[in-house]
Design a protein around this ligand. Structure first.
Ligand code: PGA
Length: 256
């Protein structure tokens, strides 16, 4: 059984300690009764430690939004797996907003190195994959997303793959108000993400890995995505920053 998961990607918002604490104090009790769905908040680095303090007695988990693959060294501005271990449990890797501007340090090979670096520290990678609008137009979704999945997971054991989370986030759907259809997302999650994993790591790993959908998910469409058999939850950006997030989580949890 795959545990369903809703991850909030705050991006570059709520990054001052007082505003992040106020927001989390406001939603924590409302969300604490939600069962059957695991919740992960991924705030900016600047507030991770402060939130770890207030969330310690709650079932809400924390994640970082990125990570370097080295444990230490001359990497100005970077955050290492050893710095995150013990503070948060999850880490988003390869988000398209980073891939778009990060060059080689955010390319497929780098994302693979980050995944390899995260797992030994007990960090669960949320690996983002997804095609561009042009890629979709050209009918390249399967090959492109399959290639991203392969590159991110290359060299892992099937058990390590099973411990990862993959977020299928079509680039054209992020922040656009135009989500993929649930059927479209389900197809890519199943045939492409699980299919690619099955080819290399076997059926057990493909069945165990959790696959999220991300891209313009909100309270009004979350239930339709949660109802899809290949989709285990969502990575939520814009709709995770206000009270609508509570509504979204409750609607997700209400899906049998
Ligand atoms: P969105 O962002 O929900 O605002 O579309 C999702 C993401 O980028 O992870």
């Amino acid at each position: 059984m795959r545990r369903r998961l809703i991850a909030a990607n705050w991006k570059m918002h709520l990054g001052r300690v007082e505003e992040a604490l106020a927001f989390v104090r406001g939603i924590r009790h409302l969300l604490s009764r939600v069962e059957d769905v695991e919740l992960v908040l991924c705030p900016p680095f600047t507030v991770l430690s402060a939130l770890a303090e207030v969330l310690r007695p709650s079932p809400i988990a924390l994640g970082a939004q990125n990570m370097h693959w080295e444990e230490r060294g001359a990497h100005t501005g970077e955050i290492s797996p050893t710095m995150l271990a013990g503070v948060c449990r999850y880490v988003i890797l390869g988000h398209s907003e980073r891939r778009a501007t990060g060059g080689a340090s955010e390319g497929d090979a780098a994302v693979g190195r980050k995944v390899h670096a995260a797992l030994p520290h007990g960090l669960v990678p949320i690996v983002c994959v997804g095609e561009s609008a042009e890629g979709k137009e050209a009918g390249e979704t399967h090959d492109f997303v399959g290639g991203q999945v392969q590159a991110a997971l290359a060299g892992l054991t099937p058990e390590q793959v099973a411990a990862c989370v993959i977020a299928y986030e079509p680039v054209w759907a992020i922040g656009s108000g135009r989500s993929a259809t649930p059927a479209e997302a389900n197809r890519t999650a199943g045939l492409t993400v699980r299919g690619t994993i099955a080819e290399t790591f076997g059926e057990d790993a493909a069945r165990a890995v959790r696959v999220l959908y991300g891209g313009s998910v909100g309270p009004d469409n979350i239930a339709a995505f949660m109802a899809m058999p290949e989709i285990d939850g969502a990575l939520v950006g814009g709709a995770s920053l206000g009270p609508e997030f509570v509504k979204l989580v409750r609607r997700a949890a209400a899906v049998p």
